[in-house]
Design a binder for this molecule. Sequence first.
Ligand code: SF4
Length: 495
Amino acid sequence: MNLYLSGHEERYAVEQCLLAFFPDERPVFCPGPMAPGAEGVGSRLLRGSARVTAVTVICLNGRVSRGAAYAPAKASDDVERARARRGALKLSFYRAACLATGRRPPWGALTGIRPAGVALRALRAGGTRAQADRLLRFRHQVFPRQRFLCLEAAETARAIEVSLAPRDISLYVGIPFCPTRCAYCTFVSHSVEKAGALLPAFVRALCREIEIVGALCRSLSLRPVTLYIGGGTPTTLSAAQLREVTGALAAHFDLAALREYSVEAGRPDTVDAKKLAVLSARGVTRVSVNPQSMRDDVLATVGRPHTAADARAAYTLVRRAGFPVVNMDLIAGLPGDTPAGFAASLAEVMALHPENITLHTLARKRGARLTRENRPAPGPDDVEAMLAGAYDRLAGARYRAYYLYRQKYMAGQFENTGWARPGAVGLYNVCMMEELHTVIALGGGGVTKLVDLARGRVERVFNPKYPYEYLSDFERMCENKARIRRFYETCAETR
Ligand code: SF4
């Protein structure tokens, strides 16, 4: 669809709005204001001394729909002014698109992957939950259930945020290997069938990176308070390789202040007692076993070579090893699943009493085998029924939503949510998702996020995605980590 911007260059914001209402359209940015009679979207920003006015005109099949929104021209700083401008542009788009399509998406004019951010900023500024709720309702047109999720996540994040010290960080270690590739996955992970020969060299290089970055962090007095080994599937590594990696982490980082140590053992077919004994001896506190569905036919359809019985057996092993927190993931909207089937999967998972349950919604990513094969999946109404029923059941069993995020290409206008029993919130997930502090990433596909809350600044440092790039670009990647030192030398460090 043609997009004409005038008075602003907020391409990303307009593109996100387009995707929310017209997911099959691709944006084509055209020069100049939209000419009368042209088809497409015109997005215009008018700046006055007291307020800015955003106007969106959508012309589709000869029918014209208009929306307008306002924002104060004055704000505390440039970051806030830009945020207000973007908010007005999105709201004007939302109003025009509701008229053009006759639909009102439940997330309203909120786009982006961190919908709880609006409420968190309001709480941070001293606002109450009720004030944050009104902001979401009136300025962003968010529906009640979605507002509730945002407020729960924002309150959890705020409570964690005030408990953090300026040099507290999170550590992420990416192991980009899985035993095989699931059909819905476009993640950078490589199946060991194809790239297994690289594993020993990858582990050696990772341990070297841990040594280099550990020394850097110690010299800057950066204290990991959460440590997350993810991927991929870290338990694709052998027990000896897990011992090597976790040993390097213990040797080179100061882990005395660690509050949570998480390891993804996502694929039940990678879990065994020997690996779990290594993790337990290293002080791991949280392990994820991810069935995604407890229906064998659905698992087969999405290319996961394990059964629900395998997931139960892996869970039993993890429980026996004595980890304080176990997480289990499910995905709503998988091909072949139904609302009743999803409810049965959730009931089976809940009967195991994991402390955390994470509910994902299927994202139909372009590169995934499932998308290429065009397998029919449950429609938005079915996914809505799956999630609504699940949220009710989880809340009724004393789970509380503690973090959420959204992705592109999700089935309909949905979200991913993490649920926790009291006292079992996944700290890393909150710190990382709400950018409460710096996350230093090591390993394949890791993205270091250097967070300066005082200036609203986030800098990213990327590790190579694929195992062979990780190995071939290793020296350059390690040199790039010098940016961490430069960042902390200029960081305002107030909270
Ligand atoms: S286990 Fe996760 S990362 Fe690995 S292939 Fe499946 S979806 Fe992708």
